[in-house]
Design a protein around this ligand. Structure first.
Ligand SMILES: *Cc1c(COP(=O)(O)O)cnc(C)c1O
Length: 381
């Protein structure tokens, strides 16, 4: 058994961010060193940057099956979500969208329930659409960032199409993990983010179908067809182009390998008493598992895992340090005390079998130790 004697981080938090791939790093270096020209400049150095941005735009368009002119580079997945939502009047979305969606509507919001399997029902969408004639926008995330459940996106898109309402999907967790095709998904707009697919932080994409209304979001220069001003993040954009090509190649083979690891983790962790899996087991990303352990605080579990060099995440604390339970787990109908004790494991194509073994060896004694210390757990006995 591998012992992690060299204190390597066992990184099982790829839904939070991912490591930059070697080819991305290599591909962006020239744009951080010698090829530093401003893409808007007419001399050779500028045009080299401009060509690199064009090439990356083509790579993104190929990965999404859209036209390059429908790809807008942004500063993050959050920005893409904010941009498409900010001018809408009445938006239908699920209860467990990412906060960058939930918090960026200025108009009215109608929330669709999420059931205990982590999925919405298309009938609920149809009903809400028929009852609210003023709805001008629907947004449903392709895959959830905490529990990894995958929504029936093309069906949702078809319903919106029929109703004549623009449909957007936050695909930040999905791109690179499941096949994406904006035509098949019947979506008019989509958000993605480079750092979730082994690109760098601070660069995203908004796909917006030709002909939809897309007012400018940042005013100034003529970048991004006059809609999103600011000198391009050339290196980040080049990296995204490489990352998306790499991540969308051989998704099936990559997922087959991830599913084997996931099944092993699932089978072992479910042997621990009073543990539940959050979200449907099959309609979820191959890299994701999310468990709740009765009688245990998520934070305590993460700290203990961290002492063993394992980086994972809990739905129970958001980045602001709030101790509120996860809105995602509450949307599934979990009681507060259970929603506090969750553990999210998110793997990547770099996750090894040795790392999985090590995690599976370290987790059960930690759960046992924390339960032995827990007053809630003792009261259960
Ligand atoms: C990470 C994430 C975002 C935000 O992307 P950033 O590039 O970090 O702003 C939005 N939606 C989902 C589903 C995410 O997982």
């Amino acid at each position: 058994m591998w012992n992690n004697n060299n204190n390597k981080t066992i990184y099982l938090d790829n839904a939070a961010t991912t490591k930059v791939s070697d080819s991305v790093l290599e591909g962006i270096m020239p744009y951080l060193q010698n090829e530093y020209g401003n893409p808007s400049s007419l001399y050779k150095l500028g045009q080299s940057g401009s060509r690199a941005v064009t090439k990356a735009r083509e790579s993104v368009a190929a990965a999404l099956n859209c036209a390059p002119a429908e790809v807008y580079f942004t500063g993050s997945g959050s920005e893409s979500n904010n941009w498409i939502l900010h001018d809408k009047n009445h938006v239908i979305m699920s209860e467990f969208e990412h906060h960058a969606v939930l918090h960026s509507v200025r108009g009215k919001t109608s929330l669709l329930p999420v059931y205990d399997n982590g999925l919405i029902k298309v009938e609920d969408l149809e009903k809400t659409l028929s009852e609210n004639k003023d709805v001008d926008f629907v947004t449903i995330m392709t895959a959830n960032n905490e529990i990894g459940t995958i929504q029936p996106i093309s069906d949702i898109g078809a319903v919106c199409k029929k109703a004549g309402v623009l449909f957007h999907t936050d695909a930040v967790q999905a791109v690179g993990n499941i096949p994406i095709d904006v035509q098949k998904m019947n979506t008019g707009a989509l958000s993605l983010s480079a750092h979730k697919l082994h690109g760098t932080k601070g660069v995203g994409v908004l796909y917006a179908k030709k002909g939809i209304k897309l007012p400018p979001f940042i005013y100034g220069g003529a970048q991004e067809r006059g809609r999103r001003a600011g000198t391009e993040n050339v290196a980040g954009i080049v990296g995204l182009g490489i990352a998306i090509e790499e991540a969308t190649r051989d998704i099936e083979a990559k997922n087959a390998a991830l599913l084997k690891k996931r099944e092993r983790i699932y089978n072992e962790v479910m042997k621990i008493e009073k543990v539940r899996l959050n979200g449907d087991l099959s309609k979820r990303l191959a890299n994701n598992l999310n468990f709740s352990f009765e009688g245990i605080e998520g934070e305590a579990l993460l700290l203990q895992l961290d002492l063993k060099g394992i980086a994972a995440s809990s739905g129970s604390a958001c980045t602001s340090g709030s101790l509120d339970p996860s809105h995602v787990l509450l949307a599934l109908g979990l009681p507060h005390e259970i929603a506090h004790g969750s553990l999210r494991i998110s793997m990547s194509r770099y996750t090894t079998d040795d790392e999985v073994d090590y995690f599976l060896k370290e987790l059960p004694p930690i759960v046992e130790k924390l339960r032995a210390m827990s007053p809630i757990w003792n009261n259960n006995e």
